[in-house]
Structures are given as C-alpha cells and as structure tokens.
Design a protein around this ligand. Structure first.
Ligand code: ZN
Length: 255
C-alpha cells in the first residue's frame, strides 16, 4: 500500500518536475529492471527510445510520464507535484505552469492544508518555519512572504535536514533573509504594486531590509519592492529617519 512512495515512482516524478537533469535520469532509467513492468510496454519503449540530447523529445517524454503519474492513485496532497524549490501564491495558484502540469491551478489551500507546522525559526526570522505533510510525510522548509508578493517559498527537506531542525535547531539557510524571499518572488515574475505606497508598510519593509543588510542601495530596494526609483528614494529616506537604518543613495539619479 506504500506505492506512492515507491522509490522508482519518486524518481520518475523528479524527472517530470524538472528536478533531475536528463543525463542522470537516463542512466537511472536504463538500470532499473522494474521499470518496464511499472510503465507498461508502450511508455517504457517511449522512454528508452528517447533521445535525451533532444530538448523537445525530453519535454514530450516528461509530458507523457507526467500524465501517467497523475493517473495513479496517491496521497491527496500536492507534495510530489511541487518542485524541490517552488513558489505557491497565497490565493489562487496561477503560476505559469509547465506543460506537464496543465491543471496546476491550485489554491494555496490545496498545497498548504496538509502541511503541519513542526517548528518555527523564531525572531528575527518570523517568516520561516518547517512543516511536515500529514498526507505523505514529506518535510518542507517554508518562507511566508506576506509583505510584498503574498506567496510561500517552499524547499523540500530530507529527513536528515528535518531532524537537524527539530533536534538541534539547525536550519538550512535558503530562506534566512527576507530579501531572498523577495528575490525569489521577483524571479518567478511576481510584481505586486501597492495602490498607495506612501501609505503602506513599504517603509517598514525597507527598514527591515536595511537592518538585515546595512547600506543596501535604494536601487536594489526599488527593484525588490517594484517601485519607481524616486518613490523608492522617498520611502527610503523615511525608513532611515524612522527606522534608524542606513540606505545607500549613491546610484540614485534624482530626488
Ligand atoms: Zn504531502
């Protein structure tokens, strides 16, 4: 009954998600004697005859394997379908989905409802926590980015990493800085703009970012927080005044 966690199925998922590069996957696939029985003759033939140097062929194999894997019974959670590092928007999940995940229009509840908090990192890193899925046992590092883009940054944890967190309070550093969460949101194309930036929490966010990295440039703040440079400068001056932090204005052209 533990089929969904069968090692080869997890391996196939890693490839489908794009978490495993083709050469490593190809090598593994040729060496696993159980694969033909699992996949059936057609799909197995498609796999072993794929030219793994041909991006299009690899993509179409991922599609086929993806629809096969999704058709199998499994836990009700979404863990296995999330990449090792992934982003889940608060509200509807409208991330540009890879082709093999056409129906990836989940709400964050679909993903987060089975993630039970195991431990919080605590101040000053209030955004960071570790979770375990109640449906499949997968552990996750979670960064809640609620100030700018409203999203969760997720990073798959192995059992050793979760134990280090639980037993020794030793955490992977992936989401240690809030700035990193903002970067990840930006890299994923999230560009939230506040309706009234001058009457928002933006100056507090700036102050926190500058406290974590004194001398951060106003241009960097503008980019992270999706602001025009002049507006960013105005907010940055306010953050300096009220937060007692240092922001660098060197590269600013006007203001
Ligand atoms: Zn799960």
């Amino acid at each position: 009954m533990d089929q969904p966690k069968a090692p080869s199925r997890l391996h196939l998922w890693r490839f489908v998600r794009g978490d495993e590069p083709s050469p490593a996957f190809e090598q593994w696939a040729y060496q696993d004697p159980t694969l033909q029985t699992q996949l059936g003759a057609d799909l197995h033939l498609a796999l072993i005859s794929t030219d793994f140097y041909d991006a299009e062929a690899v993509w179409s194999l991922r599609e086929r394997l993806g629809s096969y894997l999704r058709s199998l019974p499994g836990p009700r959670c979404r863990c296995v379908r999330l990449r090792d590092r992934d982003i889940v928007d608060m509200g509807s999940f409208n991330a540009p989905a890879p082709v093999f995940e056409q129906d990836r229009e989940w709400s964050h509840e679909d993903v987060m409802d089975t993630l039970a908090e195991v431990r919080r990192r605590g101040e000053p890193r209030w955004w960071l926590w570790a979770a375990r899925c109640t449906a499949c046992d997968q552990a996750w590092l979670v960064g809640s980015e609620e100030r700018q883009n409203d999203l969760y940054c997720l990073r798959r944890l192995d059992e050793k990493e979760l134990r280090a967190i639980e037993d020794e309070d030793r955490w992977p550093q992936d989401f240690d800085s809030y700035e990193r969460l903002l970067h990840l949101g930006r890299e994923a194309g999230r560009r939230v703009r506040f309706a009234d930036p001058l009457d928002s929490s933006l100056d507090c966010t700036m102050a926190d970012l500058a406290r974590a990295r004194p001398g951060i440039k106003v241009g960097e703040l503008a980019s992270l927080l999706n602001l025009d440079i002049d507006l960013a400068a105005e907010l940055a001056r306010r953050a300096e005044r009220q937060g007692g932090v240092t922001i660098s204005f060197d590269e600013q052209s006007s203001g």
